[in-house]
Design a protein around this ligand. Structure first.
Ligand code: PMP
Length: 430
């Protein structure tokens, strides 16, 4: 048993050796760590090497891995039966826990993945409004549903894939993609399709094209436009929910500014590492879902008792002290990464939104002669994200805090303008 031999085995029987593409290390090369176990902040791979884990299951492991109280809750639930196909009170308790933290949510529908949550939100918005179109922002990722794969971030972005084969033109035509951070483009899309836009969906704070902190007032402007045009605002908090604060990104921004979305999607932390996700909102919107309303949605394993137990235990443990700690640790790690890159002369910028951060390599703007930006540190990106070979010709040793380096990319076009595109254009820690 080793990373090499286990991955060779996996590659024979799983496409790319993985169950989700970003795990395959395709964009960085080398053999993925085939993980065997994890505890706290550490993961152990098939070579027996223990490492600090900056991936955290891409978000869910807010409390670290195998928290004893979460594991105990899961074991107790598992001993009572794995799945019933009948309602349980724990589902209502998880909804209570969400509503207590995110008060604009009056009702919640539990599903198993973030993709199902956004898919349900889109169908619900179409069902409620009777309209066909959805506006999304380039570089925002909302899962792998056909309607929202166009110009998505995440693996679609950092593996340089154009989108996805298998999505029909008819489906793609019902999604209007506008640049992130561009309120006028959203207004123009509404004007171009009067009475036909069901929803605007946006990552509460984008983290799938690198981290982009929303410009002040951006989300609030989306809220206003949706209200003006009778469309629903769907705030995707699959990644940020219960992660950047107890009330997600909305808790850091919407609550203070006094706006609320019509629908919100959660995933990742809400399941504490088990498959739980959810869509929530006002009762008057949520009650359009079956069995009360005409919008159909269902799931054999939705609200699974073992998964819900993990989510409930995680939310109960995630108090203010946890978020203060995560904020602190995020600073320490991102400062350390930045200092290491500076020491090796790698041009980069650190982008933050709450406790999320990413590192954009190189400069991203067009160079003076109009060609793409120089590669700077990007080609030094090795499979283990080490900066050991960072002595790249032309690297200027400039960090975001230096006046001669522009702030990092703020939209998908700028992300793509990085010469680094063959390499991961960003590195983010969850
Ligand atoms: N929305 C956002 C903002 C996400 O980051 C993700 C996953 N990274 C999803 C939706 C999809 O969630 P899942 O992978 O659980 O389907």
């Amino acid at each position: 048993m080793s990373n090499e031999s286990d991955f060779a085995h996996a590659r024979r029987v799983l496409p790319g050796g993985v169950s989700s593409p970003v795990r395959a290390f395709r964009s960085v090369g080398g053999t993925p760590r085939m993980l065997r176990s994890a505890r706290g902040a550490y993961v152990t791979d098939a070579d027996g090497v223990e490492r600090v884990d900056l991936v955290a299951s891409w978000g869910p492991a807010l409390l670290g891995h195998a928290h004893p109280e979460v594991v105990a809750a899961v074991q107790e639930a598992a001993a009572r039966g794995l799945s019933f196909g009948a309602p349980t009170v724990a589902e209502a308790e998880l909804a209570d826990a969400v509503i207590a933290r995110v008060p604009f949510v009056e009702k919640l529908r539990l599903v198993s993945t973030g993709t199902e949550a956004t898919m349900t939100a889109v169908r619900l918005a179409r069902g409620v409004t009777g309209r066909p179109l959805v506006i999304k922002m380039a570089g925002c990722y909302h899962g792998h549903l056909d309607a929202l794969l166009a110009q998505a971030g995440s693996g679609v972005a950092n593996q340089a894939l154009p989108g996805s084969a298998g999505v029909t033109e008819a489906t793609a035509a019902e999604t209007i993609v506008v640049p992130y951070d561009d309120v006028a483009a959203v207004a123009a899309a509404f004007d171009a399709h009067p009475g036909r836009v069901a929803a605007v969906i946006v990552e509460a704070a984008p983290a799938n094209m690198g981290v982009v902190e929303p410009a002040p007032g951006y989300n609030a402007a989306l809220r206003r436009l949706c209200s003006q045009h009778g469309a629903l605002l769907v705030l995707d908090e699959v990644l940020t929910g219960f992660r950047v604060s107890g009330a997600g990104w909305w808790g850091l921004e919407g609550r203070r500014e006094g706006w609320e979305p019509d629908l919100v999607t959660f995933g990742k932390v809400i399941g504490g590492g088990m498959p739980v996700a959810a869509v929530g909102g006002r009762a008057s919107v949520m009650d359009h879902l079956a069995p009360l309303g005409p919008v159909y949605q269902a799931g054999t394993l939705s609200g699974n008792p073992v998964a819900v137990a993990a989510g409930l235990a995680t939310l109960r443990l995630a108090d203010a002290a946890v978020y203060a700690h995560v904020d602190r640790v995020s600073r320490v790690v991102s400062d350390a990464v930045s200092a290491a890159l500076d020491a090796e002369g790698v041009a980069h910028s650190v982008q933050r939104a709450g406790s999320l951060f990413s590192v954009a390599f190189g400069s991203w703007g067009p160079s003076a002669d109009g060609s793409r930006a120089d590669a700077s540190g990007a080609s030094a990106f090795a499979a283990d994200a080490s900066v050991a070979d960072a002595s790249v010709a032309g690297a200027s040793g400039t960090g975001a805090h230096r006046p001669d380096v522009p702030a990092g990319p703020r939209n998908y076009a700028q992300v793509q303008a990085q010469e680094a595109w063959r390499f991961p254009p960003f590195f983010h820690a969850m």
